[in-house]
Design a protein around this ligand. Structure first.
Ligand SMILES: Cc1cc2nc3c(=O)[nH]c(=O)nc-3n(C[C@H](O)[C@H](O)[C@H](O)COP(=O)(O)O)c2cc1C
Length: 415
């Protein structure tokens, strides 16, 4: 029987999120105080050796990204940190928990990240519908300025850093880092071609570190307690904890912070109270709409970035949507594909036309065509072409739920 391991959520429900004194009394800003006495490169090394990987979905090494950003364009006058607080992936609400309950944690992580790469300006790109998170973040930024954790000469260290809140307007694609940078510059939310990566040429053409809220929330803990402390949690290649958000047919849907390497069975039965009805488990969609369907054969697999990838599944943002026997995978897949069609920005043809074709394909499957198997194979093939030719990762996303649904639940799609 596993239990939660709350490190990034340790203050949730215990402190008043609007009180910086509460945060400080709980050990807050100790990581920043320590960091400001360290050499920036040793902060990066500590995060690198702690093995922290991006919690926004891709699982890229946070220390490596910091290293790239700190070393790129040494003659550039300005360097930025951008906090990805857009949280648009369906089924995901982990960043909201941090922002509403412990906003100083991710702000502290942002200031440490900025110091480590020598950035003097940062933006938080926060989803406009998240009114509670906006309110708490705004108040926390103001309090941090008042106490000298932001602004000029932070805690007499000689380091200056300004942090500004920007609100998103509800576009899923604007959570994608390069599209987010366009939006931050006041442009339409269309993707940029990669490379160059944000580390080389980010917002306003300057080297930019883009990190997710949960990722940044781990940073003060790593600096305050050290990499060895951090590595006691999780697995060798995926150290630390992860906040999973579970919804669907479970007794206790919600958010759970657990060590990396938890299994789906443990998440559902030990933490979320098991299936909500009398029916057995049928499927889970892991990682949101841009995620993968799995069946009961995956219940005991360790949920780490690498293990799930090796098994053809995804960890993504940590969203887990649970289905019971009798639920139709077709319906969820149809919803995911409609979502992609709606959110496609239309800039590139493969995604604009492809997402429409896939929605039409699923509707034809339901309404009846002579050879459904051939149609499903054709749809998978189309999604492969989209993945190979689309400008940005949105067009590369439908292949994940589609292929996994076709692999595990073809009978639901061919009815
Ligand atoms: C379509 C799309 C939407 C995304 N939405 C988010 C999001 O809402 N929040 C987030 O942190 N990352 C999102 N990402 C991932 C970001 O592009 C990027 O990988 C992440 O912000 C990097 O931070 P990390 O290294 O800390 O994970 C999205 C990616 C894609 C392709």
């Amino acid at each position: 029987m596993i239990k939660e391991t709350r490190i990034t959520l340790k203050n949730v429900g215990k402190i008043n999120p609007e009180s910086i004194d509460d945060y400080i009394a709980a050990g807050g800003y100790a990581g920043l105080k320590k960091a400001l006495k360290m050499e920036p490169f040793s902060i990066i090394d500590e995060v690198l050796e702690a093995g922290l990987r991006g919690r926004g979905g891709a699982g890229f090494s946070t220390g490596t990204k910091k290293k790239f950003t700190s070393k790129s364009c040494l003659t550039c006058p300005q360097r930025y940190v951008v906090v990805n607080a857009d949280e648009g992936e369906p089924g995901t609400f982990k960043d909201r928990v941090i922002m509403e309950n412990d906003p100083h944690l991710y702000i502290e992580g942002t200031i440490i990240a900025a110091f480590s790469i020598n950035a003097t300006k940062g933006f938080i790109y926060l989803r406009g519908e998240y009114t509670g998170s906006i309110d708490k973040t705004r108040k926390a930024i103001a309090a941090a300025y008042e106490r000298g954790f932001l602004g000029k000469n932070i805690l007499d260290s000689g380091f200056d850093f300004d942090l500004e809140l920007k609100l998103g307007a509800g576009s899923y694609l604007c959570g994608e880092e390069l599209t987010m940078l366009e939006s931050l510059e006041g442009k339409r939310g269309h993707p940029r071609i990669k490379p160059p990566f944000p580390a080389e040429k980010g917002v306003f053409g300057a080297p930019t570190l883009v990190n997710n809220v949960e990722t940044l929330s781990n940073v003060p803990l790593i600096i305050a307690n050290g990499k060895d402390w951090y590595r006691q949690f999780g697995t060798e290649r995926s150290p630390g904890t992860k906040i999973f958000t579970i919804s669907g047919k479970v007794k206790n849907p919600g958010y759970y912070e657990v060590e990396m390497g938890v299994s789906l069975r443990e998440l559902i039965w030990d933490l979320a109270g098991g299936m909500s009805g009398d029916k057995p488990f049928k499927a889970a969609l892991l990682g949101g709409a841009a995620g993968t369907f799995v069946d009961a054969s995956m219940l005991d697999e360790r949920m780490t970035y690498d293990n799930l990838r090796e098994k053809g599944a995804t960890l993504g943002s940590g969203a887990v949507i649970v289905m019971e026997e009798g639920d139709s995978v077709y319906n969820i897949l149809h919803n995911c594909l409609r979502f992609f069609k709606h959110e496609s920005c239309g800039k590139c043809v493969p995604c604009r036309v492809g997402t429409s074709m896939l929605v039409k394909g699923t509707e034809k499957l339901r309404n009846g065509v002579p050879d459904k198997r051939a149609l499903l194979d054709q749809m998978v093939h189309e999604s492969e072409i989209m993945a190979a030719t689309s400008l940005c990762p949105l067009g590369q996303s439908p292949i994940l739920p589609l292929k996994s649904a076709a692999r595990y639940f073809a009978e639901d799609l061919l009815i």
